[in-house]
Each structure stands twice: as structure tokens, then as C-alpha cells.
Design a protein around this ligand. Structure first.
Ligand code: ATP
Length: 233
């Protein structure tokens, strides 16, 4: 579904992605783990089109993605739930969700909203409240639900566990795992390597702008280098 080949990107004169190769097959959950500053967010920003690509290629559903402007990528089936959630705090929960469906005017929007509320019941309870009043975990749920309202075939998730209590993190990861059953392919970027790998099919490890390891998630979890560097075991 998504193939990244030799991807390079830079901020000014400083190159931060030095030729990333990865792929995500239809129906998979793929996790990219790596320390702070490894380039995970930059990779996702290249995929969603808000960060210039200076080399290599991205192919999405058989077509080159780099020439497609960011605002057209959702229509191609690629949605992002960004780092820091970026919800509209002074709009209600429902208004945030409707913005996620801005491409559509059909009756399915109401059904999609019901599906989002079924996935995150707390959002139904708070649908008429300002999103800024939600807890961090609820805001993360809203960011993910809003991205799903765009009916993506592939969802890019940037650090959904960031800053959340462990019990909420488990809930969020369970929901991500459930997206598989909805037919949504997921590329998940996380510093919480253990939680993210546990729900993934495959994983990649990024270090200073390069992929240094890749493989089935259970093999990465069992690898002594990963256990020491990322799992604290
Ligand atoms: P984090 O988990 O902290 O978001 P990350 O793995 O997502 O880390 P990036 O945010 O992609 O890493 O950062 C990769 C490198 O690019 C880092 O060295 C960072 O300092 C640098 N960088 C990120 N954003 C900018 C920017 N706007 N201008 C200049 N350098 C940047």
C-alpha cells in the first residue's frame, strides 16, 4: 500500500532523513520506533506532505505521492493524526469530527460519527463540549476519531501515547489494534516501543535519520539490542 524508497529530507542545510526505506502492506499495523530526534515525525510529515522531500520516492496505492499536495492526500486515502493532537480546542467534539469529514457531504458522515462514538464512547458523552476541556487521553481519542472521519485506507499516527497515563495508553493501543478489523492500515510512530510493537505486525527502528533494524514485531521485541536500548529490559 505504501512504499518509501531512499527518502531524504532536510531542515535548511541539515539533512535529517538519510535515505529511509520502508513499506506498509494493506491491512498491516507497522510501527516505527526510535529515540527522541531520530526523525520519526519528519518521516510522517513527508508522508502527509507538509515537509519537503529532497530525495527518494514515496508510492501510495501504486502512485507517486510526492507530487500530490498535502491537502489532496486525504482524498487519496492517507490521513494523519498528528503529534500533539492539534485538535481545535474552541470547537466542540462534534465540530472537530465534522471537520475530519470535510471531503464528504453524504449520509455516511452521520454513520461514521456513530462509528466513532462506538469506538470512543466518552466522545459521545462530550460531543457538545469544547474540545479544549477534554483530558489529554480524550483529546488523543478525538484526534484519532477525526482522522478516521476522513475514511482513510491508511492512517498515520504520530506518538498517540505521548504524555498519557499508562492505563490510557493501553486503551489507546487497544483501539489502534482494533483499526485492523475496520480495514484501516496503520503506520504508527512511537517512543513507547514496547506498547507499539506489541500491537504491530512489523516494526522498524530509526536512529538519527536511518532505519537500523526491521522485522516482525515479535522478533524485534525479543531482540536483545532492542530490549536493552528501547525496552529497558
Ligand atoms: P520526537 O519524538 O522528539 O518528535 P522524532 O524522532 O520524531 O523525535 P524529528 O522530530 O523528526 O524526530 O526530528 C529529527 C531531527 O530533525 C532532530 O535532530 C530535530 O532536532 C530536527 N528538527 C525537527 N524539526 C525541526 C525544525 N523545524 N527545524 C530544524 N530542525 C528540526
Amino acid at each position: 500500500m505504501l512504499t518509501v524508497d531512499g527518502l531524504r529530507s532536510r531542515y535548511g542545510r541539515i539533512e535529517v532523513l538519510h535515505g529511509i526505506d520502508l513499506h506498509v502492506d494493506s491491512g498491516e499495523i507497522v510501527t516505527v520506533v526510535g529515540a527522541n530526534g531520530a526523525g520519526k515525525t519528519t518521516l510522517l510529515r513527508c508522508l502527509s506532505g507538509v515537509q519537503p522531500v529532497t530525495g527518494g520516492s514515496i508510492t501510495f496505492r501504486g502512485e507517486p505521492l510526492v507530487p500530490v499536495p498535502a491537502h489532496r492526500r486525504l482524498a487519496r486515502g492517507l490521513a494523519q493524526s498528528p503529534e500533539g493532537r492539534q485538535i481545535f480546542t474552541n470547537l466542540t467534539v462534534e465540530e472537530n469530527l465534522r471537520l475530519g469529514a470535510f471531503l464528504f457531504t453524504d449520509d455516511r458522515v452521520e454513520k461514521d460519527m456513530d462509528d466513532a462514538f462506538a469506538m470512543f464512547p466518552i466522545l459521545r458523552d462530550k460531543r457538545n463540549l469544547a474540545a479544549g476541556g477534554l483530558s489529554g487521553g480524550q483529546q488523543q481519542m478525538l484526534a484519532m476519531a477525526r482522522a478516521l472521519m476522513g475514511r482513510p485506507s491508511c492512517l498515520l499516527l504520530d506518538e498517540p501515547s505521548m504524555g498519557l497515563a499508562p492505563i490510557i495508553v493501553s486503551q489507546i493501543f487497544e483501539v489502534v489494534r482494533g483499526m485492523k478489523d475496520l480495514g484501516v492500515t496503520v503506520l504508527l510512530v512511537e517512543q513507547n516501543a514496547f506498547g507499539a510493537l506489541k500491537i504491530a505486525d512489523r516494526g522498524y527502528v530509526m536512529e538519527t535519520g536511518r532505519v537500523t533494524m526491521e522485522g516482525p514485531a515479535e522478533e524485534l521485541i525479543a531482540d536483545p539490542r532492542i530490549r536493552e536500548a528501547y525496552l529497558g529490559i
